[in-house]
Design a protein around this ligand. Structure first.
Ligand code: ZN
Length: 342
């Protein structure tokens, strides 16, 4: 009798927990209306990503290196256990009044606010109900077997809402959240024990440098990208995937210009996305992100798909225009509003 009680109370092994997680994800995926996305060659596990998509679609190796860095800065966000994606945009080391280090740092992530279960016009709800949300971010989740390994996939919590970008007449859906971390925290990254804050800081610097290099290479026509768009995220809570496709410049929304130097805009693209991709960084090689290197820049995060079975005339028109470029387009994704230099 006591043996059976012990057996029932014995904590599950990590393997058991991982296979349970896998089954849960498969169950959710079986209900997804976009099942063809799951096997699409345009969606690749980050661990396997080398730039080859198919015979006539190979991504320049400099862009591939940059995407891998973006991957390191991409986290899975869970809100009351529902998965979404976020991007680490900034790290600030805290100092006391004497200017000495306090041993703490603040991480700022961007995402979209519908991952918190609120709609476009409900930002007030996000602000007023923030305390009730259980928000966590899991870093370096690239392999399902590592999901429950806190050394490989550290979990961050105690987030606060930093900023939303609500503006009259513009459907925005972008927000920034922050949490504090201990600067001494270590984790196992690429098989080596490393200091988490130092390592992420170096990835951020690397990302800024590469983003600029790619911008210059595209400006001087050394690289041509054919409107490439890359989205890194956690579809259905799976380990990090890279979704690639093209964006449609003729559909780009430009709702506002600020001081004739900043352009608020939104991109539309055909890279395959599912639930869980919301909030993913949307990387458009060569994009002049405003504020980059000064403040954290206001880049685009994946928002959602444009409904294809809609009576909305504007949405239907978007599909019509996209079909003139890609006859087989099934789903058209849209980003949150981001800010470009113009
Ligand atoms: Zn799906």
């Amino acid at each position: 009798m006591s043996t059976s009680i012990l057996a029932c109370c014995k904590p599950k092994s990590t393997d058991d927990r991982v296979s349970k997680l896998k089954k849960e994800i498969e169950q959710i995926e079986s209900k997804c209306p976009k099942k063809d996305n799951h096997k699409s060659v345009h969606r690749i596990l980050l661990l396997h990503f080398n730039g080859y998509v198919k015979d006539n679609f190979v991504i320049d190796e400099r862009i591939v290196t940059c995407i891998k860095t973006i991957g390191k800065l991409t986290g899975m966000i869970t809100v009351n256990s529902r998965p979404g994606t976020c991007f680490l945009q900034k790290i600030r080391r805290l100092k006391n009044e004497a200017g000495e280090s306090t041993g703490r740092a603040v991480f700022t992530f961007t995402t979209v606010y519908h991952v918190f279960g609120v709609e476009d016009d409900e930002v007030y709800k996000l602000v007023s109900e923030w305390e009730e949300l259980d928000v966590k971010v899991i870093l370096f989740y690239e392999n399902m077997k590592d999901f429950y390994n806190g050394k490989r996939c550290p979990r961050l919590k105690d987030f606060r809402l930093l900023d939303t970008d609500k503006e009259e007449e513009i459907k925005n859906d972008w927000c920034a959240i922050e949490c504090e971390v201990d600067c001494r925290q270590v984790c196992k990254i690429d098989g080596k024990i490393k200091n988490m804050v130092d390592t992420l800081e170096s990835y951020l610097e690397d990302y800024k440098t590469k983003q600029k290099e790619i911008y210059d290479l595209i400006q001087n026509k050394t690289i041509s990208t054919d409107n490439l768009v890359v989205i890194v995220g956690h579809p259905h809570g799976r380990p990090k995937h890279v979704s690639v496709g093209q964006h449609y410049p003729s559909l780009k929304d430009e709702p506002k210009k600020v001081r004739s130097s900043q352009l608020w805009c939104r991109y539309y693209y055909d890279a395959p996305t599912c639930r869980g991709n919301s909030g993913s960084p949307v990387f458009i090689p060569g994009q002049p992100i405003a504020g980059f290197g000064f403040w954290f820049g206001h880049q685009h995060n994946h928002k959602r798909n444009v409904p294809s079975d809609t009576s909305d005339v504007q949405d239907a028109a978007k599909y019509e225009i996209a079909r003139t470029v890609n006859h087989d387009i099934k789903y058209l994704g849209m980003s949150s509003i981001g800010v470009e230099q113009c």
